[in-house]
Design a protein around this ligand. Sequence first.
Ligand code: QAP
Ligand code: CO
Length: 168
Amino acid sequence: MAILKILEFPDPRLRTVAKPVTDVDETIKRLVSDMFETMKSAQGIGLAASQVNVHLRVIVMNLGDDDIGQRVFINPEIEVLDGSITPYDEGCLSVPGFYETVDRPAHVMIRALDGEGKAFEEEAHGLLAVCIQHEIDHLEGKLFVDYLSPFKRQRIRKKLEKIHRQNA
Ligand code: QAP
Ligand code: CO
């Protein structure tokens, strides 16, 4: 197991579109396990492979307090089930220290492969619905800050760039 480095906004590598996984083999299982360890150490609830600079369609999530809530989504797709929209105060391990409200469809059907490569589908509301959309955005090279006004996005970018300069 290994803790991987999480890319931070505005790193251009976060804009890469991830490729589908063709085979859930040992390499993917190791990636999933490293992503769980990385997410846990960073105290996150969701992590997309794009955030650790692996441009494959893999997401891990832990919406519970412990290992019971651990979820894997490989090659995920969503279908919006109705017109309801929910606002949620989102954060992101790639945008540390910033939280902003984003509106998204409240009710979706998720279709994906699990950690063993088996297809499943699941209807989602609430935090799961929000989180899967946030994470699928990462696989498309999109970040929650892209939903904010250019003014807010630039303010966040400048603050993070300053922190990155200080850490360099
Ligand atoms: C995505 O985000 C998400 O700023 C997962 O200092 C979040 O795990 C989807 C985190 C909310 C929907 C709603 C953020 C940890 C974790 C920070 C995360 C921070 C430390 C964010
Ligand atoms: Co994120």
